[in-house]
Design a protein around this ligand. Structure first.
Ligand SMILES: *[C@@H]1O[C@H](CO)[C@@H](O)[C@H](O)[C@H]1NC(C)=O
Ligand SMILES: *[C@@H]1O[C@H](CO)[C@@H](O)[C@H](O)[C@H]1NC(C)=O
Ligand SMILES: *[C@@H]1O[C@H](CO)[C@@H](O)[C@H](O)[C@H]1NC(C)=O
Ligand SMILES: *[C@@H]1O[C@H](CO)[C@@H](O)[C@H](O)[C@H]1NC(C)=O
Length: 329
């Protein structure tokens, strides 16, 4: 963002810095609609001139891998609020989007149907876990996968991993050889995330490959979705509600059956499923209908691993809110 100042007969260009970039509404924190933080307010980026070189800069800035796909025309849904940047033009090797050329707010002719997005390569994996959302943490650096030392491994570090994997919230931190031991490269030590990072690779560390760990001292996680059952007659029955973007919302009953409901019972530690309910059986919820067309295989330990139409405001009403009754043990 540039402001022109005429001062003592000279023209100065003052650049007001966009301080942070993040991706929202994608399947993990390495994909989604681009948001930039300017003056304390998150806003979007217009897709005019939005191409692979701009996408590559975003992926680098947030600590994900290469840009895999460039998305335009609000592919990840329309944002709201300010459109902070337009006509972004990067050479491709800048360290942050704010270092590229762009037009400021006042000059753009965009609306949110043109919000820019990107899908970056993930540089993290969870190994030898129960499912896709648990396991030993491994990160890709310099083309090689390596582990994370569990010294000082804590909740804000685990939160970043779960978010980066698109696996919801951290439920359990694991240490040592809980998910098996490997003698390979140890990439990160003394990891100290503040919890806001999009990628573990941008958290404070001792230095790549520098650590105080010996064999089989591995950081690991078990992630899941914040889920609750509302308006039933116990903790283990009611309308299914999930927390996303800081807001509780419901699940549509479209395709909702025993297989899907069983995953919720398992996730809550509520035993087996007895009945899957639709048609707002436990009353209509409020807020967004976060999930639609949920389709679980049945082995998932968290609803977040099922196939779902992700987190969109589908203009769905609460007449079709899904519910479940679990056996409680
Ligand atoms: C982007 O910037 C480069 C270098 O300044 C310039 O040559 C190019 O024409 C610009 N591209 C667009 C689409 O503005
Ligand atoms: C980016 O790449 C261009 C072309 O390869 C090069 O001229 C330029 O110096 C690079 N800029 C930075 C900041 O590395
Ligand atoms: C938004 O911009 C697009 C592309 O310029 C245009 O087709 C569309 O009509 C605009 N929508 C609104 C609501 O202004
Ligand atoms: C639930 O629906 C899915 C997808 O349509 C199907 O594969 C599965 O067999 C159904 N489960 C039950 C218990 O009917």
């Amino acid at each position: 963002m540039y402001y022109s100042l005429i001062f003592a007969g000279s023209l100065f260009l003052l650049k007001l810095v966009v301080s942070r970039t993040r991706l929202v509404s994608g399947i993990n924190s390495c994909s989604g609609r681009v948001q930039v933080l300017y003056d304390g307010t998150w806003g979007t980026v217009c897709d005019d001139g939005w191409d692979l070189s701009e996408a590559a800069v975003v992926c680098r800035e947030i600590g994900c891998g290469d840009a895999i796909e460039v998305k335009s025309s609000a592919y990840f849904g329309e944002g709201s609020g300010q459109i902070w940047m337009d006509n972004v033009n990067c050479s491709g090797n800048e360290s942050a989007l704010s270092k590229c050329e762009y037009h400021e707010l006042e000059l753009n002719d965009c609306n949110h149907s043109e919000d820019a997005g990107v899908i970056c390569q993930s540089v993290m994996r969870l190994v030898e876990g129960f499912d896709d959302c648990s396991g030993r943490v491994e990160v890709l650096h310099n083309g090689k996968w390596g582990t994370v030392c569990d010294y000082k491994w804590d909740g804000s570090d685990g939160a970043v991993v779960c978010k980066e994997m698109g696996c919801g919230n951290i439920k359990v931190l694991t240490y040592g050889a809980y998910f098996g031991a490997t003698s390979g490269q140890i990439w990160m030590g003394n990891v100290n995330c503040n919890g806001e990072e999009a990628s573990l690779s941008t958290c404070a560390i001792q230095g790549w490959g520098t650590h105080n760990c010996f064999f089989a001292e591995h950081a690991g996680v078990i992630c899941g979705l914040p889920v609750r059952l509302v308006n039933g007659n116990s903790f283990c029955s009611g309308r299914v509600e999930v927390l996303h973007d800081g807001q509780w919302g419901t699940v549509s009953d479209d395709g909702w059956n025993l297989t899907d409901a069983a995953v919720v019972c398992r996730e809550l530690g509520c035993g087996d499923v007895i009945t899957a309910k639709g048609g707002a059986y436990f009353g209509q919820g409020s807020g967004p209908v976060w999930m639609n067309s949920v389709d679980c295989v049945g082995k998932e330990s968290s609803l977040i691993q099922c196939n779902i139409a992700h987190w969109q405001h589908n203009n769905l009403d609460h007449l079709h809110d899904a519910g479940v009754i679990c056996s409680e043990q």
